[in-house]
Structures are given as C-alpha cells and as structure tokens.
Design a protein around this ligand. Structure first.
Ligand code: HPA
Ligand code: ZN
Length: 324
C-alpha cells in the first residue's frame, strides 16, 4: 500500500512553507545569516517538538523562522520542501506564507515573494510540478496590520492565488478580519481561512458567512454542529484536514480518535494535507499512511480524497483535467 500511496498523484492544499523548515536547514541558514539558535544539535531541536497545544507550537514556529532573511533563504526553504513533496508523489502544492511574521523582523515583503516564486518556477521546470501561493494573515495581530499588508502587496497581486488566515485561533474570530477579506474579494482574490482547528464550529460558520471563503483549513470541529454539517454537505465546501497536525497539537488524542471517518461518513468534502511537515511528523504521504494505518481505508477512498483536492485546487482548468 505504501508504494501505491506514494505513486498516487497527490495535491497539497494546506502547507505553511515556514513550517517545512527542517532542523538541518535551520542550522545551515542560521550559520549563513549569523543568527543565534537556542539549540546546539539537530536532535535538541527535534526534542523540543513536544507540543501541548497550538500556541506551544506557534512559539517554536515563529522562533524557527528567524533564520530566514534573504530571497535565497526563502527559495532554498521552498525548494527543499518541493523536492521532498515531489519524491512523495505530490504533483501540485499550494504554499501559504506569513508575511507579517517576516515584516515584523524587518524582512521586506518582496523577499519572501521573490524567493518563493523562483522556487515555484524551478519546481515547474524540473518536475512539471504546479504550485499556488496563499498569502496568510496572522489572526492574533490587529486587523489593521493585515489590511496594510494587503495594500502593500499590490505589486504582487498577480502572484497571489488566495489570501488565508492563520495563527492563534481561539479569541480571534473570523469576523475580526471582515474588512480585510472584503477588500481581498473586491480585488478579485479568492479567500481561505483556518477555522475549527482549536476554535469552535461557530468559527467555521462565521468564516463562511463573513469572510466568504471557498475552502476551510482544518474544520475538524464541524461535527459539533448539525446545521453546519448539513451546510457543508450541501455546499460541498472543501475542508483541508491535517490529521498528523491535529494529533501533534492535541486537537485529538490519537489518530484512532480523529473525526475524519465521521466527517466522510457525513458527506463532507475533505482533503488530506500536512500543515507544518517539519514539526508534525512528515508530509502528505505520511498523512495518507497514518490514515491507512488508523482506518484501513481502501484505494477507492484514497483516490476519492486525492481527487477532491484536485477538484478544488487553485490550478488552471487544463491542469485539472490532466490530473483528474
Ligand atoms: N494553525 C494555525 N496557524 C498556523 C498553523 C496551524 O496549524 N501552522 C502555522 N500557522
Ligand atoms: Zn495550518
């Protein structure tokens, strides 16, 4: 089954590129940029990845990305991930990034944009891999800061496939970003948002109502609300679920407790993704394998989930028909 799952053409819709930073690359970029790290060895870094919740992860995630300074750093980070994804049989990757987490350390917007775009072009040339770029806003910061970033990103609108919303969810409801998402909509930019990861089902409904999103990132809290379930079933709005992330961040105790089988049973359109592969136990293939081990799903189901992601990806219709 592992060989078959590796060879199945897979699409990744939920990936924070800063969360793909492996400890080895963290050390080499730290050396390149003269950044001090609070660790001496790769093993020490990995040992620190023992999270109790989303915030405990975010603290290390923001700390780790401090090694990223130049366009070349962002290029190398993305290239390293895209190569691993290619080896796992991933044929299309949608990269999210957090410009505010870089701007706030003095790294100008053009740096991640140019570095990531160059890696995306290289991946297309080398492997025929297609990609999309999602610019995410940090929901635990003021909405005015997100609005400023959206305006500042004007020279790059052509390279933005969607805007997203991530970081600490509880206490930062979707409606806080109503004006930002309205502006993105007016600009013709598609919208996605994390909702119902640690937050309640009500945040999923609110993100659909107020932010007019076309995909929900995570959404695992949807089972709490019958009305929402009915809505997700009817609309077939897709959920980008990241099972290994949910276990590592203690959203669910173990893979066996994961709500994915129930969500599928309820007719919700789900896809399988990695979220932050360096921190949560691997990329898309490992997430597929973890589901196989926990739920013993058959090939038909995996084909359907991979197909769901192809159907709802930000890709040209020509590429979609090639993959479907
Ligand atoms: N949840 C919310 N924000 C994030 C995550 C996540 O899993 N990863 C990076 N930013
Ligand atoms: Zn995420």
């Amino acid at each position: 089954m592992e060989t078959w799952l590796r060879e199945l053409p897979k699409v990744e819709l939920h990936l924070h590129i800063e969360g793909s930073l492996e400890p080895e690359l963290m050390f080499s970029l730290a050396a390149r940029n003269n950044v001090a790290l609070p660790y001496d060895t790769v093993d020490e870094v990995r040992a620190a990845y023992d999270f109790s919740n989303l915030q405990s992860f975010l603290d290390l995630y923001y700390q780790g990305m401090r090694v990223l300074h130049t366009e070349q750093d962002f290029h190398d980070l993305a290239m390293a991930y895209l190569e691993r994804a290619h080896e796992e049989g991933v044929v299309h990757v949608e990269l999210s990034f957090d410009p505010q987490a870089h701007l706030n350390r003095g790294v100008e917007l053009a740096i991640p944009f140019e570095g990531l775009r160059r890696a995306m072009r290289d991946a297309q040339r080398r492997w025929g891999m297609t990609t999309a770029l999602i610019m995410s806003f940090l929901r635990d910061r003021d909405a005015s800061e997100a609005m400023d970033v959206l305006e500042k990103a004007a020279p790059f609108y052509e390279s933005i496939d969607a805007v997203g919303l991530d970081s600490a969810e509880v206490g930062n409801p979707p409606a806080k970003f109503a004006a930002v998402f309205e502006r993105a909509k007016a600009l013709g930019i598609p919208r996605v948002a994390h909702a119902g990861e640690e937050g309640p089902a009500a945040y999923i409904s609110e993100a659909l109502d107020v932010l007019d999103i076309c995909r929900v990132d995570h959404g695992v809290a949807c089972l709490q609300d019958e009305t929402l379930l009915e809505r997700l079933r009817e609309s077939q709005v897709p959920l980008t679920v990241c099972p290994l992330s949910n276990v590592r961040l203690k959203v669910v105790p173990t893979m066996a407790d994961h709500p994915l089988p129930a969500m599928i049973e309820q007719g919700v359109k789900v896809t399988l993704n990695s979220d932050d592969p360096a921190y949560f136990g691997g990329g898309v293939l490992n997430n597929y394998l973890a589901c196989f081990e926990a739920f013993d799903w058959d090939r038909e189901l995996f084909k359907q989930l991979a197909g769901n992601a192809i159907e709802v990806a930000f890709m040209s219709e020509a590429r979609r028909s090639e993959l479907l």
